[in-house]
Design a protein around this ligand. Structure first.
Ligand SMILES: NC(=O)c1ccc[n+]([C@@H]2O[C@H](COP(=O)([O-])OP(=O)(O)OC[C@H]3O[C@@H](n4cnc5c(N)ncnc54)[C@H](OP(=O)(O)O)[C@@H]3O)[C@@H](O)[C@H]2O)c1
Length: 241
């Protein structure tokens, strides 16, 4: 059975992805810092009968990243790594003139450095995925439109997501046997968004609404090139198959 590591899987998009993959029979290694919420998410995913290992910890901790990959190895290997856990750098978000440099460092550490750390730790398993057919594993970097649009107050977070996108693009060039997709899920009603902009109570879709786009990438793996995708565009073109 296919195995995935999903970071930031206790709530929001990570949890929605974990549930959807478990429903499709994937074995999972799930991460988040808050153990109780993570265990709750893992219990939900186990209802589908697959193996789900919850490893609580911080993705910025190298020992924790090694634990995540070791857990995948214990499940038989690794077919998919989803770097989803994310930091804003300031809560609520502030203009660049006020952005604490330590906040920017924290966003880069979680969104970029930890993501690369996990990729490096996981590469041997990802390269070995798919056996002799040369179809290695996949890496999904959860991006944001803030990586490509200049929205006021989103500068530090957006810069970290832009760096994550570029890191993913270069990884794709260096690892042609893998698929490396950066995916902008679009706005979602989550704790992260509420922390970013507490006064913005406009309607936003639940994270589950973004999941079909991720599943489509996985389903169409052989012909879906590595690169950057916007979730809504992926599902809008559903009829073009
Ligand atoms: N919400 C939006 O509108 C939106 C739009 C575009 C892109 N995104 C992206 O979508 C992804 C998911 O965000 P979300 O909105 O679903 O957020 P969320 O609901 O707040 O969930 C974030 C998850 O990441 C975990 N996490 C945070 N920092 C971590 C760390 N250092 N180590 C391990 N786990 C950590 C959180 O659990 P703990 O706090 O317990 O660790 C939680 O499980 C992020 O990459 C975000 O940038 C979101």
């Amino acid at each position: 059975m296919a195995v995935a590591i999903i970071t930031g899987a206790s709530k929001g998009l990570g949890r929605a992805l974990a549930t959807a993959l478990a429903e499709r029979g994937w074995d999972l290694v799930l991460d988040a810092r808050t153990g109780s919420a993570l265990e709750d998410a893992a219990r939900g995913a186990r209802k589908y009968g697959t193996r789900v290992v919850a490893v609580a910890g911080d993705v910025t901790d190298a020992a924790h990243r090694a634990e995540l990959v070791a857990a995948a190895r214990g499940l038989g290997g690794l077919d998919l790594l989803v770097n989803n856990a994310s930091a804003l750098g300031a809560e609520p978000l502030v203009r660049l003139e006020e952005l604490p440099l330590d906040g920017l460092r924290a966003a880069l550490e979680t969104n970029v450095v930890a993501a690369l750390g996990l990729v490096r730790e996981a590469l041997p398993l990802l390269r070995a995925a798919g056996g002799s057919d040369g179809n290695g594993g996949a890496v999904v970097s959860v991006s944001s439109d803030a990586a490509v649009e200049a929205y006021g107050t989103w500068g530090g977070y957006g810069a970290s997501k832009a760096a994550l996108d570029q890191l993913s693009a270069v990884l794709a060039a260096e690892e042609p046997g893998l698929r490396v997709w950066s995916v902008d899920p679009g706005d979602m009603r989550t704790d992260l968004y509420a922390a970013a902009v507490p006064d913005d109570d406009a309607w936003r879709p639940e994270p589950a609404a973004a999941v079909p786009a991720f599943l489509r990438l996985l389903d169409e793996r052989p012909r879906r090139a590595s690169g950057r995708y916007v979730a809504s565009a992926l599902v809008e073109t559903e009829g073009d198959r």
